[in-house]
Write a protein that binds this ligand. Structure first.
Ligand code: 8IG
Length: 260
């Protein structure tokens, strides 16, 4: 229950009554959030109860609270805890539960991922329409039957399409990682109905739906899935594709925050 302590600490630290929106910035998304709204305050995530320092290069592990042009209060989380870190699902969804406990009704989850559609060049953002959770794990405990029929809010996807009418949609497949998929696993993901492969988001979406939040998921395709691309995956290309896509991603996030 340390998300209740974290939420209380977050609200008192920034002297705000509650959050409206929370946004998790995944691989390649941090730069896209620069200048979004008027900053109310910032802190290290590790300064709030229950948060651990993220391990991935390019994830800074900080929190910025902003007032959006629409007058809403949004918490921007840079960096996340991944399931592959091996600490279970609790730390993975701690930010989501903290945001919900602080009053956020909308959860925007972004990530960097592999694409299974060759039309999507590295640097293409794709709205998540649904997910396939291949982690074998869940953040839910006991007989907690959560409906996931419209896990990724049709209402929020419509708003995203108002900002960018050409935005593609796809099914996100969460693998445990940390290794990337084999080509056979990439073919399996495609056969199962997947369009995107990654190592986050699905578990967070489950926790957000449990908490009653509306979820918007946006993936940044930073590479083609293994075996689709002629070149092997490197973390450097992930960073580079994210940099090149920054202006488009910033426009997308700014347009969303104006409308949410
Ligand atoms: I960035 O190709 C990024 N994250 N599972 N597969 C998986 N995760 C990823 C990939 C990828 N690219």
């Amino acid at each position: 229950m340390s998300h209740l302590a974290a939420a209380a600490e977050l609200l008192s630290r920034f002297s705000i009554p509650s959050l409206d929106i929370a946004l998790v910035l995944g691989s390649g998304w941090s730069g896209a959030s620069v200048g979004l709204g008027e900053t109310i305050g910032e802190c290290e995530l590790a300064d709030l109860p229950g948060f651990a320092k993220p391990v991935v290069v390019g994830h800074s592990g900080s929190l910025r609270v902003v007032r959006t042009p629409g007058g809403k209060i949004a918490a921007l989380f840079s960096g996340r805890t991944h399931f592959y870190e091996g600490r279970g699902t609790g730390p993975v969804v701690h930010g989501v539960r903290t945001a919900a406990a602080a009053g956020a009704k909308v959860m925007v989850l972004t990530n960097g991922c592999g694409g299974l559609n060759t039309d999507w060049a590295p640097g293409t953002p794709v709205l998540i329409s649904d997910h396939i959770n291949l982690t074998g794990a869940t953040p839910l405990e006991g007989a907690t039957f959560i409906d996931l029929t419209e896990a990724y809010s049709p209402r929020l996807r419509k708003i995203a399409h108002e900002v960018e009418p050409t935005l593609a949609e796809g099914v996100y497949v969460q693998f445990r990682g940390p290794q990337y998929e084999t080509p056979a696993e990439v073919r399996m993901a495609k056969t199962l109905g997947g369009d995107l492969v990654g190592m986050s988001t699905a578990l967070e979406t489950i926790a957000a739906r449990e908490a009653g939040m509306e979820v918007l998921g946006i993936s940044l395709v930073t590479n083609l899935g293994a075996g689709i691309s002629p070149t092997p995956l490197e973390h450097g290309e992930v960073i580079a594709a994210g940099k090149a896509a920054e202006p488009r991603l910033r426009g997308l996030l700014a347009g969303l925050l104006e409308r949410l």
